[in-house]
Design a protein around this ligand. Structure first.
Ligand code: SF4
Ligand code: FES
Length: 252
């Protein structure tokens, strides 16, 4: 047996044990993630740092999953130096795996502030801007509360055009057509849920009633568009191809 000291407490360590193994065997907690009893240590996660005095008499942090227990070795598991090292290690891990529950939970347990997980929105406001400036529905807004700043729906304003979803660079806004209903949503929040209308040409469900009404009200100065807006894009294309062919035939 080897006599060593962890946080001032005298510990009996078995031969050929690391400091981390010795601490575990004595019920002393040191955070760790890449240690596995069946594998050789790799020192990758850096969470298991402990403070020791170097041969030159300096306080240094060493990885307890690699450091061997030695006679009269004195280590500290929670000094200021260790806390700073641990915080840096947790932040590195959280940068690589920001949504990993195990790391987030462990970091909180060890007093490290954990930022909210990224929600996939880059706050470019393209969705809000296009809805305000072009569609003019004002169905989205940026809100700031205790959960942070994020895009939220303005209830009852969405016309189900899907322009926001087309512009969103991160595909956070989804448009789903199912059972004759279009649902536009941002994460778990529904922006709009509206019935779909059938194309008068081919009968396909293709646009929401609110969108068609919106087009009708806003494009009154353009009679052609008004005439064709009850047709889906495939039927409009078919129609204009036919018209072009007819014009060509007349010119001959
Ligand atoms: S939801 Fe998409 S378009 Fe809207 S602000 Fe976030 S990233 Fe930009
Ligand atoms: S347990 Fe990961 S570096 Fe020691």
């Amino acid at each position: 047996m080897i006599k060593m000291f962890i946080d001032g407490r005298e510990i009996e360590a078995k031969e050929n044990r690391t400091v981390l193994q010795t601490a575990k065997e004595n019920g002393i907690r040191i955070p760790h993630l890449c240690y596995h009893p069946a594998l050789k240590p790799s020192g990758s996660c850096k969470l298991c740092g402990v403070e020791v005095i170097s041969p030159a008499g300096k306080l240094v942090v060493m990885l307890s999953c690699i450091l061997k227990a030695k006679e009269n070795l004195e280590i500290k598991t929670d000094s200021e130096l260790v806390q700073a090292h641990r915080k840096k290690a947790f932040n590195n891990l959280l940068q690589m795996a920001p949504e990993a529950d195990r790391i987030r939970h462990l970091a909180r347990e060890w007093g490290v502030d954990v930022p909210p997980p990224p929600d996939g929105c880059i706050r470019c406001r393209l969705c809000i801007r296009v809805c305000n400036e072009i569609v003019k529905s004002k169905a989205l807004k940026m809100v700031t509360d205790e959960k942070g700043t994020r895009v939220m729906p303005e209830p009852g304003r969405c016309i189900g055009c899907g322009t926001c979803a087309n512009l969103c660079p991160t595909n956070l806004i989804q448009v789903k057509d199912q059972d004759g209903v279009r649902t536009v949503s941002i994460k778990e929040n529904i922006i709009g849920q509206l019935p779909l209308e059938r194309c008068e040409g081919c009968g396909t469900l293709y646009a929401t009633e609110n969108f068609l009404r919106h087009v009708e009200n806003s494009l009154h100065s353009h009679p052609d568009t008004k005439d064709h807006h009850h047709l889906c894009s495939s039927c409009i294309k078919l129609l204009s191809n036919r018209a072009a062919a007819e014009r060509k035939r007349i010119r001959k």
